[in-house]
Ligand binder design. Structure first.
Ligand code: ADP
Length: 290
């Protein structure tokens, strides 16, 4: 089953064009939607989750016309929003059971089986009697995944999932996501390049409502191969380098900035060729260098 997004347009009443002719083809597996804040990711995610409309365009998931048959889409959708807002004092087990009932799983035995399986899958079995309101950030996100998987969705939408998670929690979250992504379409929206690098074979880069790149992560890297150069500089020199070169990023390594620049040819002046990474691609695309 494929998700086909064609020529989506969305302008908010304040005049912001949040989606500008967005088209994407997304197949089975983990798909990363990468973009800075304000790129239009959440607008797209909420549209896919049938929570808001666009002005123009079409979306189909297999035979389902998403924008015109929201009920059909909701039957096969799992959604993990940025924030749930309310975390009830109910236990994880009870809350999942309740959500399964809302999803139409009428048999108590079926619900018990599904809830147990989900709790095991997201490593919350031991904590199943605890109130969700007392969960840590990581546990809440794992609970979020569990609820999004009720009813065997074909499409799961995950919006900015790792903000505020410590490295251990993030790893656990990643592992669960990548397991899920083997059989269905999972779209992961994030501004964190590392999330996409670690999890996704296919990706898109968005900025200001437009899709700047869509394809495999390998192809994305090819776009800048041999054109990324690195050098450790002094903090005070950064503005000079910004003037002279196309600086993509500056990161502190042991207290000193390591800059990555984009250049078709060898820039000389102590720069050495660097192994390209997705962050380079991201910034090169945002700066419209590639
Ligand atoms: P992202 O998720 O990539 O940060 P969003 O889809 O949230 O991007 O926002 C895209 C643009 O649309 C931003 O400029 C944002 O301020 C604007 N925007 C988002 N939601 C609304 C809204 N409900 N009303 C008006 N403008 C909005």
């Amino acid at each position: 089953m494929e998700l086909l997004i064609k020529n989506l347009e969305k302008k908010y009443s304040n005049g912001v064009q949040a989606l500008d002719n967005v088209s994407l083809e997304i197949g089975k597996g983990m798909f990363g939607l990468l973009g800075p804040n304000g790129a239009g990711k959440s607008t797209l995610m909420r549209t896919l989750a049938t929570l808001q409309d666009v002005d123009k365009g079409t979306i189909t998931l297999g035979a389902i016309d998403l924008l015109n048959d929201k009920d059909a889409l909701r039957q096969v959708l799992g959604y993990l929003p940025q924030e749930f807002g309310v975390y009830p004092r109910t236990s994880a087990e009870e809350l999942l059971n309740h959500l399964a009932l809302l999803k139409g799983i009428a048999s108590k035995t079926d619900r018990k089986y599904i809830v147990d399986q989900l709790l095991i899958k997201v490593n919350l079995w031991e904590q199943r009697k605890k109130a969700v309101s007392n969960f840590s950030g990581g546990m809440r996100q794992r609970f979020g995944i569990a609820q999004s998987l009720i009813g065997n969705p074909k499409l799961v939408i995950v919006d900015e999932p790792t903000a505020g998670l410590d490295p251990g929690e993030r790893n656990r979250f990643y592992n669960i996501l990548s397991e899920i992504g083997e059989n269905i379409i999972v779209i992961l929206s994030t501004h964190i390049v590392q999330d996409v690098r670690e999890l996704c074979n296919n990706m898109a880069i968005m900025d200001k409502g437009k899709v700047l790149f869509s394809g495999s992560t390998d192809d994305a890297l090819l776009a800048v191969k041999g054109k990324i150069w690195a050098q450790k500089v002094e903090k005070a020199e950064i503005s000079d380098y910004n003037e002279k070169y196309q600086v993509l990023s500056s990161k502190l390594v042991a207290g000193r900035p390591l800059i990555h620049i984009y250049s078709d040819t060898n820039p000389q002046n102590n720069f050495t060729i660097a192994e390209e990474n997705l962050e380079d691609v991201f910034f090169a695309k945002l700066k419209e260098l590639v």
